[in-house]
Design a binder for this molecule. Structure first.
Ligand code: NAP
Length: 287
């Protein structure tokens, strides 16, 4: 029987700590604020944005939302980001993806000043992560690393296999795991015989987006399994990438879906907003 890594409980604990930090900042006249930009009417984005707004409320972070029409010009989006960069009352800026195809999302991300890049998506943040400097770490990978820390899972010398190489999950996870002295292998849609890699994993992190992709035949005994995937199965139920029922008896630790990585993501966003507010008000910070 595996230990079930309880992301919900850990997220709750971290949010309580963040609320204390937020109250302390407020007592010094610092009011942490997150600005969220959403373009168009994507139903999934609306849910994500609502959840972020609720998490801000819970912790006491001010929340400001900019809902832009889906035919907005690139120039107007960039101008809004520049305005928020200059706004001293705003500590964190988040551009909710996806945005409509006519807009250049990379240029928009690049415009966000690294000091307010609470999603950790800008080239500055990504570059700093690569060279081991203090920075904002993308929220989902950061949440995964917090889970390892909480459950005393040491990555030193371990074979970590990551499934998925997206900019927001797979790639930052490579750097996070390397920084903890793991030996890291990354698999993606062009990887041949993926099970040859997964079977060697001491720690398997799946971020693909395919229900029941990881089966019991793909893992070794006592593997630690982190399931980042969020999918709907044929019954409309929320499931991860891992066939949980079949893999759990073999694993030493495993995250459930829901209740695993998901609650950690928004929590680490809140963590990054508090970090931003502290650093922007600390004249000694070199960050
Ligand atoms: P993404 O941008 O679509 O990337 C998916 C990655 O999986 C790509 O690198 C792709 O390879 C790889 N892949 C797809 N099919 C594969 C296959 N058959 N074999 C091996 N690799 C395959 O997705 P993402 O944004 O990283 O998200 C991944 C999953 O995590 C989704 O289910 C998403 O909903 C979930 N997610 C959860 C959270 C959370 O808070 N829990 C946060 C973010 C994302 P190529 O690069 O070769 O195309």
């Amino acid at each position: 029987m595996a230990v079930i890594i309880d992301g919900k409980a850990l997220a709750k604990k971290i949010r309580q700590e963040l609320k204390v930090e937020c109250d302390e900042l407020k007592s010094k006249g610092i009011n942490p604020k997150l600005a969220v930009i959403m373009v168009g009417d994507n139903p999934a984005s609306k849910v994500y944005v609502r959840n972020k707004s609720r998490a801000c409320d819970e912790i006491g972070i001010e929340y400001e939302e900019y809902l832009l029409q889906d035919d907005i010009k690139q120039e107007d989006l960039i101008n809004l980001i520049k305005k928020l960069n200059e706004d001293k009352t705003v500590n964190g800026i988040l551009l909710q993806s996806p945005i409509p195809d006519h807009l250049n999302i990379n240029q928009a991300f690049k415009t966000i000043t690294y000091r307010k890049d609470v999603d950790g998506f800008t080239p500055s943040s990504v570059g700093k992560l690569c060279i081991g400097e203090d920075t904002f770490i993308s929220c989902t990978p950061y949440g995964v690393m917090k889970m390892f820390e909480e459950y005393n899972i040491d990555l030193t010398g371990k074979n970590v296999v990551i499934l998925g190489r997206s900019n927001i999950v797979g790639k930052p996870l490579i750097q996070c795991c390397l920084a903890k002295n793991a030996t890291v292998t990354v698999c993606h849609s062009k990887t041949k015989n993926i099970e040859e890699y997964t079977k060697k994993a001491d720690i398997l992190i799946s971020a693909i987006g395919k229900a029941k992709f990881v089966t019991k035949d793909m893992v070794k005994k006592d593997v630690v399994v982190i399931d980042v995937g969020i999918n709907r199965n044929e019954d409309g139920k929320l499931v991860g990438d891992v066939d949980f029922e079949a893999v759990e008896p073999l694993a030493s630790y495993i995250t459930p879906v829901p209740g695993g990585v998901g609650p950690m993501t928004i929590t680490m966003l809140m963590n990054n907003v508090i970090k931003a507010a502290k650093e922007q008000n600390d004249e000694n910070t070199m960050f």
